[in-house]
Ligand binder design. Structure first.
Ligand SMILES: [Zn+2]
Length: 255
C-alpha cells in the first residue's frame, strides 16, 4: 500500500513539475530593448501598477521624500534628460525620480514600471551631474531590463517546482534552495546589465560615461574597511563593475 501511495505521489509531483516547466517555456520573451530572452509573467501595465503601489511605502522606509525642491528638481532634470534622449523613451514605462530624505543609507533603487529612488546620503556624495546621471541611468536600466518582473516570474517557477518536489518525494527544500541560488546569480547579471545600459543612456544623453566609474569609486570609498553600504551589498564588487563599464564605454562610443 505504502509503495503504491508513493508512486501516486511521485506521478502527481512530476505532473505539477511538468506544468511549471511548460508554463515557463510559454513565458519566454525577448526584451525588445536589450535583445535578451527572459521569463516574464506580467504585463508592463502590471509592472507600472506594482511600482506605483509600492512607491509610498518604499519612500517611507528611507525617511520620506527630501524637502529641498531644488535638489529634487535636479534629480528630475537629469532623470528626464536620460529618458528623453534614449530608448527608455520608447518603452511603455512611466519614469519618476524621487530624492529620499535618508542621510545615512547610501542607496539607489528602482521599482518595476519606472519608480526610481536615490537617497540623500548617496546624492550628497556625488561630485557632479554626470555621476548623478550614472546612478539614475543604472536604475533606468533595471526598469527597462524588467529585472523585478523577471525575478518574480523565476520565483514563481521555483516555488512551483518546490511544490512539485514536496508532493512527489519530500525534496521540496532541496529544490527550493537551488531556486534561491539561481535568484542570486540572476541578481548579479542584472547589475552588470544595468551598468551597461546606464553607460549607453549617459552617452545618448550627452553625459560623460567615465563618471560612472567615479560613482563606483565613491561606493568603494564609502564601504570603508568594515562597512558595506546597502547599494553595494546587493551589487557586485565595484572593481568587477569598473572593468565591465570600461568595456561598455568602448562598445557604445564606437556606435
Ligand atoms: Zn542595481
Amino acid at each position: 500500500m505504502r509503495s503504491r501511495n508513493f508512486k501516486f505521489r511521485l506521478l502527481i509531483g512530476v505532473a505539477i513539475a511538468l506544468f511549471f516547466v511548460v508554463k515557463r517555456c510559454s513565458q519566454q520573451e525577448v526584451n525588445p530593448y536589450t535583445g535578451r530572452t527572459q521569463t516574464i509573467s506580467m504585463s508592463a501595465d502590471k509592472e507600472i501598477a506594482i511600482g506605483l503601489q509600492s512607491a509610498p511605502q518604499m519612500a517611507q522606509q528611507y525617511g520620506g521624500l527630501h524637502p529641498n525642491n531644488q535638489f529634487q528638481a535636479l534629480v528630475d532634470n537629469v532623470g528626464n534628460k536620460l529618458v528623453n534622449n534614449s530608448i527608455a523613451k520608447e518603452t511603455p514605462y512611466q519614469y519618476e525620480f524621487h530624492l529620499l530624505n535618508d542621510q545615512n543609507t547610501i542607496n539607489a533603487f528602482a521599482l518595476p514600471g519606472g519608480q526610481i529612488f536615490i537617497t540623500y546620503a548617496l546624492f550628497s556624495k556625488l561630485e557632479n551631474e554626470d555621476q548623478l546621471a550614472g546612478v539614475l541611468g543604472h536604475e533606468i536600466g533595471h526598469v527597462l531590463g524588467r529585472h523585478s518582473a523577471e525575478r518574480i516570474a523565476e520565483t514563481e517557477y521555483w516555488q512551483g517546482l518546490a511544490t512539485a518536489g514536496s508532493v512527489g518525494a519530500d525534496i521540496g527544500d532541496m529544490v527550493g534552495s537551488i531556486g534561491q541560488n539561481t535568484l542570486l546569480t540572476n541578481g548579479r547579471g542584472d547589475e552588470l546589465e544595468s551598468d551597461d545600459l546606464g553607460v549607453r543612456f549617459m552617452i545618448d544623453a550627452g553625459y560623460n560615461p567615465e563618471e560612472m566609474i567615479g560613482v563606483m569609486e565613491i561606493l568603494k570609498a564609502a564601504a570603508g574597511p568594515n562597512r558595506v553600504p546597502e547599494f553595494q551589498s546587493t551589487h557586485p564588487d565595484p572593481d568587477n563593475r569598473i572593468e565591465k563599464i570600461q568595456e561598455a564605454i568602448k562598445k557604445y562610443k564606437n556606435q
